[in-house]
Design a protein around this ligand. Structure first.
Ligand code: HEC
Ligand code: HEC
Ligand code: HEC
Ligand code: HEC
Ligand code: HEC
Length: 439
C-alpha cells in the first residue's frame, strides 16, 4: 500500500526562481494568445471592463428568487471568501511573490479580475460584487469559451443575458439562447486547470468527463449538478414569477462533496445535498477468500460523471476503511482509521491525486506542482480492486467485517499546514459493506 500523506514541509524559496522564470515566459505566451483570441471582441483587448460593468446578484434576486437562494448557498458564491481558499491563496501569493494573484483570481473571483480589482491579493480593491465569487452576471454574460481550461472565456457584460432558452421575455434584460451554456465546456473553462508554467494538470474534471462514458451518452455536468439531486432530474416551474412555466428549471445549488464546508457555514440544506451526492457516487463489493484470510474489496464508481474523487484532490482524501471483528466483537484487524492528530493512518488505501514538485518530492501546494506524484482514482463506471491480508485463526478468528468508503473534503494536513487553528476534519461515509464470514 502506498503512503500518500503529503507533508506540509516548506518550499525552499530559491527553488521558486526557476518556476518563476518559466511562469513569466508562460504568462507572456498566455497574454499573447488571449489578445489574439479577443482582439476586436470587446471594449478592451484583455477583456477587462470598468468597475460596475457586471451586475450584482441582488439585481437578479427580485425576479429570480429561487435561483438566487440556491446560488447563495453554493460553493460558487463562496469561491472567493471560502475560509479554506483564502489561506491557500495567500500562501501561494507569498511564496510566488504575487505571481499567482491574478491566475487564481480568474476562477475564484472572475468579476474582480475582469474589472481589474486584482492585485492586490487581499481583496482590498474589491467592490461588493467581486466578493461574491462566481456569480450570476459572470456566468450569464459569457459570450464564448475559447478553450475549456484556465478561464479562456470572453465576457460581454450588458443588457443581454445568455442562457439555455432565448424564448422568454424579461422587462429588465434581453435574453439570448447560448449553446455554450448548455455545454459542459462552459463548466470546463474553470473545472480544468493547468499550471501555467509547468503544464502540470491541477484539475481535470472536464477532460475526465469528456473521455468517459457519460460524454458519449450526452449526460452533461448540468444534468447531475443543476437538477434537484441524485435520482431527481426535473424541477418543473418558472425561473421567474414573470416567466413561462417550464418542465425543468435548472437549479443552482451545484452540490459537490463539500459537506464539511457547508456544515461550518450553517448551510444545512446544502450540506445534506452534498452528502447525497457523495452517497450516490459509489458502491462496494467485498468477499473473503476460501480460508478467510484474504479480503477482496472492489469499489465501483456508479454515480459520478468523472473520476472519484475529482477536483482539488491534493487537499482532499477518499479512502477505504476496513474493520474486522472476532466472535466477541473485538477488533482484530483495522485499516484506514484515524491515528494521532486526526490524521488517517498513512498506511491506507487512498484514492486521490497528489503532486510532485521540481525535486520530485510530494507537495500539496498546487503552485509548486511540476507533475503527478500519486494518482489513484476511480473512473466513471469502472472499479478499483484491493486485497487485504487478514490475520489467520490464531488471532481469534474473524466473525464479521465492515468496509467503508470514506471522504474528507479537506485533508487534516492541509488544514494544519495553513495554520488556521485547531479544526478537526470529520470523516464522511460515502458507502459501506458488511460481511458475515461465519467463522
Ligand atoms: C424584472 C425581472 C427580472 C430581473 C430583475 C432579472 N430577470 Fe432574468 N429573466 C426574467 C424573466 C421574466 C425571464 C424569462 C423566464 C422564462 O420565461 O423562462 C428571465 C430569464 C433569464 C435568463 C434565461 C435566459 C434564457 O433564454 O435561457 C437568464 C440567464 C437571466 N434571466 C439572468 C438574469 C440575471 C443574471 C439577472 C440579474 C443581473 C436577471 N436575470 C434579472 C426576469 C428578470
Ligand atoms: C457557474 C455559472 C452560473 C452561475 C453562477 C449562475 N448560473 Fe444561471 N445558469 C447557468 C447555466 C450553465 C445554465 C443552463 C443550465 C442547463 O443548460 O441546464 C443556467 C440557467 C439559468 C436560467 C434559466 C433556467 C431555466 O432552466 O429556465 C436562469 C433564469 C438563470 N440561470 C439565472 C441565474 C441567476 C439569477 C443567477 C444568480 C443568482 C445565476 N443564474 C447564476 C450557469 C450559472
Ligand atoms: C468562473 C469559473 C467557474 C465556472 C464557469 C464554473 N465553476 Fe464550478 N466552481 C468554481 C470554483 C472556483 C469552485 C470552488 C469554490 C470553492 O470551493 O471555494 C467551484 C465549485 C463547484 C462545485 C462544488 C464542488 C464542491 O466541492 O462541493 C460544483 C459541483 C461545480 N462547481 C460545478 C460546476 C458546473 C456543473 C459548472 C457548469 C455549469 C460550473 N461549476 C462552472 C468555478 C467555476
Ligand atoms: C452522472 C452524474 C455526474 C456528471 C455527468 C458529472 N458529475 Fe460531478 N459529481 C457527481 C457526483 C455523484 C459527485 C460526488 C462524488 C465526488 O465528490 O467525487 C460529483 C462531484 C463533483 C465535484 C466535487 C468534487 C469533490 O470531490 O468534492 C465537482 C467540482 C464536480 N462534480 C463537477 C463536475 C463537472 C464540472 C462535470 C462536467 C464536466 C460533472 N461534475 C459531471 C456526479 C456527476
Ligand atoms: C481555472 C480555474 C481555477 C484556477 C485558476 C484556480 N482554481 Fe482553485 N478551484 C477551482 C475549482 C473548479 C475548484 C473546485 C474543485 C472541486 O471542488 O473539485 C477549486 C477549489 C479550490 C480550493 C478548495 C476550496 C474548498 O473549500 O474546497 C482551493 C483551496 C483552491 N481552489 C485554491 C486555489 C489556488 C491557491 C489557486 C491559484 C494557485 C487556484 N485555486 C486557482 C478552479 C480554479
Amino acid at each position: 500500500m502506498n503512503n500518500t500523506s503529503t507533508p506540509a514541509s516548506g518550499p525552499k524559496r530559491p527553488r521558486w526562481k526557476s518556476v518563476k522564470t518559466r511562469m513569466l515566459a508562460a504568462a507572456a505566451v498566455c497574454i499573447g494568445l488571449l489578445i489574439a483570441a479577443v482582439s476586436g471582441a470587446g471594449p478592451d483587448e484583455k477583456n477587462t471592463f470598468e468597475e460596475g460593468a457586471f451586475e450584482s446578484p441582488d439585481r437578479c434576486l427580485g425576479c429570480h428568487q429561487d435561483i438566487h437562494s440556491q446560488w447563495a448557498g453554493s460553493m460558487h458564491r463562496f469561491a472567493w471568501k471560502n475560509e479554506f481558499y483564502q489561506p491557500d491563496y495567500l500562501q501561494a501569493s507569498r511564496e510566488t511573490d504575487g505571481f499567482t494573484d491574478v491566475f487564481c483570481g480568474e476562477c475564484h473571483a472572475p468579476i474582480a479580475r475582469r474589472t481589474q480589482q486584482l492585485p492586490p491579493p487581499d481583496g482590498s480593491l474589491f467592490d461588493d460584487i467581486s466578493k461574491k465569487g462566481v456569480s450570476c452576471d459572470y456566468c450569464h454574460t459569457v459570450r464564448e469559451v475559447v478553450e475549456p481550461v484556465n478561464v479562456q472565456t470572453i465576457s460581454e457584460p450588458g443588457r443581454v443575458k445568455r442562457g439555455p432558452r432565448g424564448d422568454g421575455s424579461s422587462p429588465y434584460h434581453d435574453v439570448e439562447f447560448s449553446e455554450i451554456h448548455t455545454d459542459p465546456a462552459f463548466c470546463g473553462a474553470c473545472h480544468n486547470v493547468v499550471h501555467p508554467a509547468t503544464g502540470a494538470t491541477v484539475i481535470d474534471t472536464y477532460d475526465d468527463w469528456k473521455q468517459g462514458p457519460y460524454a458519449e451518452e450526452g449526460i452533461r455536468c448540468q444534468d447531475c449538478h443543476m437538477t434537484p439531486g441524485p435520482g431527481v432530474e426535473k424541477n418543473p416551474g418558472k425561473s421567474s414569477f414573470m416567466g413561462e412555466e417550464r418542465d425543468h428549471v435548472a437549479t443552482h445549488f451545484f452540490p459537490g462533496g463539500s459537506v464539511f464546508f457547508h456544515d461550518r457555514e450553517g448551510n444545512s440544506e446544502e450540506a445534506e445535498l452534498a452528502r447525497k451526492m457523495l452517497e450516490a457516487a459509489a458502491v462496494i463489493e467485498a468477499e473473503t477468500g476460501e480460508d478467510g484470510t484474504e479480503l477482496v474489496v472492489r469499489v465501483k464508481n456508479i454515480g459520478a460523471g468523472h473520476k472519484i474523487p475529482t477536483g482539488v484532490t491534493y487537499i482532499r482524501k477518499m479512502w477505504l476503511e476496513v474493520t474486522a471483528y472476532n466472535d466477541a466483537g473485538d477488533q482484530v484487524y483495522t485499516s484506514g482509521h484515524p491515528v494521532d492528530g486526526n490524521h488517517i493512518d498513512p498506511d491506507t488505501v487512498f484514492y486521490r491525486k497528489t503532486f510532485r514538485d521540481e525535486d520530485g518530492n510530494p507537495t500539496q501546494k498546487s503552485w509548486f506542482a511540476d507533475g503527478i506524484y500519486y494518482d489513484r482514482r476511480i473512473a466513471p463506471m469502472e472499479y478499483d480492486e484491493q486485497r487485504f491480508a487478514l490475520p489467520s485463526d490464531e488471532a481469534g478468528g474473524i466473525a464479521n467485517i465492515t468496509v467503508r468508503l470514506m471522504y474528507r473534503s479537506m485533508s487534516q494536513e492541509a488544514i494544519d499546514g495553513w495554520g488556521i487553528g485547531e479544526i478537526d476534519v470529520p470523516s464522511i461515509e460515502m458507502t459501506r459493506k458488511e460481511l458475515e464470514t461465519g467463522k
